[in-house]
Design a protein around this ligand. Structure first.
Ligand code: ADP
Ligand code: GLC
Length: 478
């Protein structure tokens, strides 16, 4: 089976969140299961800078994309997976993030950038790009991820090729919403301006295009698949999703334990595993020392690695840091996001530097060090489609403290391998932190929970099989 996996992020080349991790680790697992996987990603400037010269430059024959559009053929570093980079003129050739500039503002031409990306993906599927490699019919399935790829299933429906399309929602709140003028500028079929097609309350939505036109729609945990049928987590799309419910399924993300393994993590000075658990403490002392926190094995260290946004409950974390100031506990925070949260966190760290350490920025090595050093990993998300950090935490014996939502509810069991709470306020979070800390003082129970956590496995094997079943499914339309 030939699969084209379309994504806007890919670890280790370009990452803002878990989509990048999934876009690397799921294709690798599919490959192991016998699928011939090709990855396709926009040719961001920063990605090109990390790669050698392309193996091939494939021209694109499509009237709607810029004449100079090419697809560059590479392989994913560290693997033999084929990686195609879509270069529609200079649309992805700029400094800054994949979706926004250095100030965090969305690129004003995002609709155009990702519409061109989608058009080229469809040209690849239809045999209009590098036809000697990828003739029409070469690919059996296209797997699209998030709104940036949402036009693929829709544009594919206009082509005479029997390619099955899967659309995965990693976050329903990011809908790729744009006004009518943009719709016209993209020269999309006029009939698509309809509430059963792409139109969404006076705008149009890339995400809706994926939901409406894909043969199957998935999201990244069973609980989130239920939650998005109703407000508030439906984000206005509850009716639409109810209508398409027959093709909607939640498949829990896996993680790549070759990258997240405390026994062999290259970012750690002190390695440990379930049978050498006391070694974990050295990572804690090492981090406390390097961040200027008070040294102490018995001070509970709470870790946060997160986008500092509303979804992640960053405001609740900040409130708890304030209300728990002076108590016997410490915080170590790594993240970027809303400027206001960043500033509040930095002010707290300045006020009590021995109790709170804050790093604003993106730092892969530090993320691993926090996972290894902390006692508790705090994730009070308002919603969480899956969440990967709590799964990494389990493997590191760093007990996750999570709000009962989405993938957090599906992966952590209260009092067994972490702490799970209900509620919608900072004081609910605070109570759970106090409860967890009362467990921390009972070292036998704590250690048992750590062992339970480290014994959990969420590898891709099972979930990759669920995707495989979807790829192979033949419905009446095929
Ligand atoms: P989301 O994709 O919603 O941000 P996930 O838990 O699925 O949440 O994935 C987040 C991923 O991004 C994890 O791999 C996490 O370690 C990483 N991450 C988030 N913020 C940072 C940061 N500031 N520095 C390094 N890694 C980060
Ligand atoms: C999104 C979600 C996160 C999920 C990730 C990968 O960023 O917010 O919960 O783990 O995608 O699927």
């Amino acid at each position: 089976m030939n699969l084209l996996f379309a994504t806007s992020e890919l670890f280790p080349l370009i990452k803002t969140g878990g989509l990048a991790d999934v876009s690397q680790s799921l294709p690798l697992a599919l490959r192991q299961a016998g699928v011939d996987v090709t990855l396709v990603l926009p040719a961001y400037r920063s990605v090109l800078a990390q790669l050698p010269a392309p193996l091939a430059r494939l021209p694109v024959n499509d009237a709607f994309v810029p004449a100079e559009t090419v697809v560059l053929e590479h392989s994913l570093p560290g693997s033999d997976l084929r990686l195609l980079l879509v270069q529609p003129g200079d649309l992805f050739d700029r400094d800054g993030g994949p979706y926004s500039d250095a100030k965090g503002l969305d690129w004003p031409d995002n609709a155009d950038r990702f519409a061109q990306f989608c058009r080229v993906v469809v040209a690849l599927l239809a045999g209009r790009c590098g036809a000697e490699h990828f003739a029409a019919g070469h690919f059996d399935v296209v797997h699209c991820n998030d709104w940036q790829t949402g036009l693929v299933p829709a544009l594919l429906a206009l082509e005479p090729v029997p390619v099955r399309s899967i659309f995965t929602i990693h976050n329903l709140a990011y809908q790729g919403l744009f006004p009518r003028a943009t719709f016209d500028k993209l020269v999309l079929p006029v009939a698509w301006w309809h509430h059963e097609r792409l139109e969404f309350y006076g705008n149009f939505s890339f995400l809706k295009a994926g939901i409406v036109y894909a043969d199957a729609v998935t999201t990244v945990s069973p609980t989130y698949a239920h939650e998005i049928l109703e407000e508030p987590l439906a984000c206005g799309m509850g009716g639409l999703l109810q209508y398409h419910r027959h093709k909607l399924q939640g498949i829990l993300n896996g993680v790549d334990y070759s990258l997240w393994n405390p026994a062999a993590d290259p970012h750690l000075r002190f390695h440990y595993d379930v049978d050498s658990l006391p070694e974990k403490l050295h990572n804690k002392l090492d981090l406390q020392r390097s961040l200027g926190l008070r040294l102490g094995k018995s001070i509970p260290l709470l870790g946060v690695v997160s986008r500092l946004v509303y979804q992640k409950g960053a405001d609740w974390i900040i409130e708890c840091m304030q209300s728990l100031q002076g108590e016997k506990l410490q915080w170590v925070v790594l993240g970027t996001g809303d400027r206001q949260h960043e500033q509040q966190l930095l002010a707290l760290a300045r006020a009590v530097p021995k109790q709170i350490a804050v790093t604003i920025g993106y730092d892969e090595a530090m993320a691993h060090r926090i996972e290894a050093a902390a006692d508790l990993f705090v994730m009070p998300s308002r919603y969480e489609p899956c969440g990967l950090n709590q799964i990494y935490s389990l493997r590191y014996g760093t007990l996750p403290l999570v709000r009962a939502t989405g993938g957090l509810a599906d992966t952590v069991t209260d009092c067994t391998d972490g702490f799970v709470y209900q509620g919608d306020t900072a004081s609910d979070l605070e109570q759970c932190i106090r409860r967890a800390i009362s467990y921390f003082s009972k070292s036998k129970t704590w250690e048992k929970m750590q062992r339970n956590a480290m014994g959990q496995r969420f590898d891709w094997q099972q979930s990759a099989q669920a995707y495989l079943a979807l790829y192979q499914h033949r419905d009446s339309r095929n």
